[in-house]
Design a protein around this ligand. Structure first.
Ligand SMILES: Cc1ncc(C[n+]2csc(CCOP(=O)(O)OP(=O)(O)O)c2C)c(N)n1
Ligand SMILES: [Mg+2]
Length: 348
């Protein structure tokens, strides 16, 4: 198993001082990369808006922000459609935003308002938008993995060509259902892509404090599941891995697994950075990981090939800012749900 680790350069991938060079844009289509830049910038701005509003006290529930991790959902989303079944967890803003959910309804949910994606009864960790292919996120770590597997099994039985995508963190691999789901997915030949966003932390605990080896893909290997370990902050790598594995899943109706190594810039929850909270999250590491910013690395790659137009990017940025402000300002006007309805949408 240690050879396996050496083979994939995992120690280097985890080390904050490496992998900060510009994205090699020759490995992807230029138009596709410009659209990725827009999508990553959009998600970053929405989450920074949430950080700001949370800090101001305008959001009552917790928000788990994924700033720094945007390349992963953006690379996956362009290889699936709203006929597929995507499931997330507690840190899933980027997953649903990458599928182009309605931003006003998204904000409304986080504000606990009745126009929200879950009628304002769930908040940031209970997002759902079936129209765009997002079938739900829940705060129970690993809770949606077997449900995603069930969706994949249903797709297989119905022969509808859809696949399931299950997003989870490295911490979810410490739950039994993760292992049971991997095992069953291969035994039953289910069309599912497991996506582990390995940001090296579960709450405030560094991965080496929790597991003898830090690669989560070793569990895919153990279950004979096709897998790739990638630099999750390199959009080209995510695009190519997602494209290859998703095509393979659709053809073979077998599971596949991506481990994308990444890092979150904010702390576990809300806007604080959590420096020195827990184990091994230092100011130096965070500073280094910011040099591994998936957005800046793409911009640097585009610049190196004269594909980056600064003025257009500023214009895009301004347009996104106003789109986000309008959606937020509309959502804050939405009414709160009627307390009498609180039991109407739960299984009894
Ligand atoms: C079953 C369960 N155990 C513990 C928790 C508390 N908890 C919430 S988030 C979290 C960390 C999960 O880490 P990871 O899966 O790596 O996701 P990340 O937060 O890094 O995105 C924990 C332990 C929970 N919500 N559910
Ligand atoms: Mg994690």
């Amino acid at each position: 198993m240690r050879d396996f680790h050496r083979q994939f350069d995992l120690e280097k991938l985890k080390n904050s001082e490496f992998f900060n060079s510009p994205v090699d844009v020759n490995r992807c289509d230029a138009n596709c990369l410009l659209s990725d830049l827009k999508d990553m910038t959009y998600i970053r701005k929405v989450e920074n808006k949430l950080a700001l509003e949370k800090k101001k006290g305008n959001i009552k529930g917790p928000v788990h922000l994924g700033v720094g991790q945007e390349a992963i959902p953006v690379g996956i989303a362009k290889n699936i459609s709203n006929k597929d079944y995507v499931f997330g967890a507690h840190r899933s803003h980027s997953h649903i935003l990458s599928l182009a959910t309605d931003l006003r309804k998204f904000f409304s949910e986080i504000l606990g308002r009745s126009e929200g994606l879950s009628k304002g009864m769930g908040g940031s960790m209970h997002l759902i938008d079936k129209k765009c292919g997002f079938y739900g996120s829940v705060p129970i770590v690993a809770g949606t993995i077997p449900i995603a597997l069930g969706a994949a099994l249903a797709a297989k039985i119905q022969e509808n060509k859809s696949i399931a995508v299950s997003y989870f963190g490295d911490g979810a691999s410490e739950e039994g259902v993760f292992h049971e789901s991997l095992n069953l997915s291969n035994i039953l030949n289910c069309p599912i892509l497991f996506v582990c966003e390995n940001n090296l932390f579960s709450s405030h605990m560094f991965i080496s404090e929790r597991q003898p080896l830090s690669s989560i893909a070793r569990f895919a290997l153990a279950n004979d599941i096709n897998f790739k370990i990638i630099d999750g902050n390199n959009i080209c790598e995510v695009n190519n891995a997602a494209n290859e594995l998703i095509n393979w899943i659709r053809k073979s109706s077998k599971p596949a697994f991506i481990e994308a190594v990444t890092y979150r810039w904010y702390g576990h929850v809300d806007w604080r950075e959590d420096i020195d909270v827990g184990v091994n999250r230092s100011e130096k590491d965070l500073k280094n990981w910011k040099k591994r910013d998936p957005i800046q690395r793409l911009i640097n790659g585009l610049k190196s090939k004269d594909l980056f137009d600064e003025e257009r990017y500023i214009e895009l940025s301004n347009n996104l800012d106003s789109e986000i402000s309008i959606a937020w300002d509309t959502a804050v006007q939405d009414p709160y749900p009627n307390a009498k309805e609180s039991n109407n949408f739960v299984f009894k």
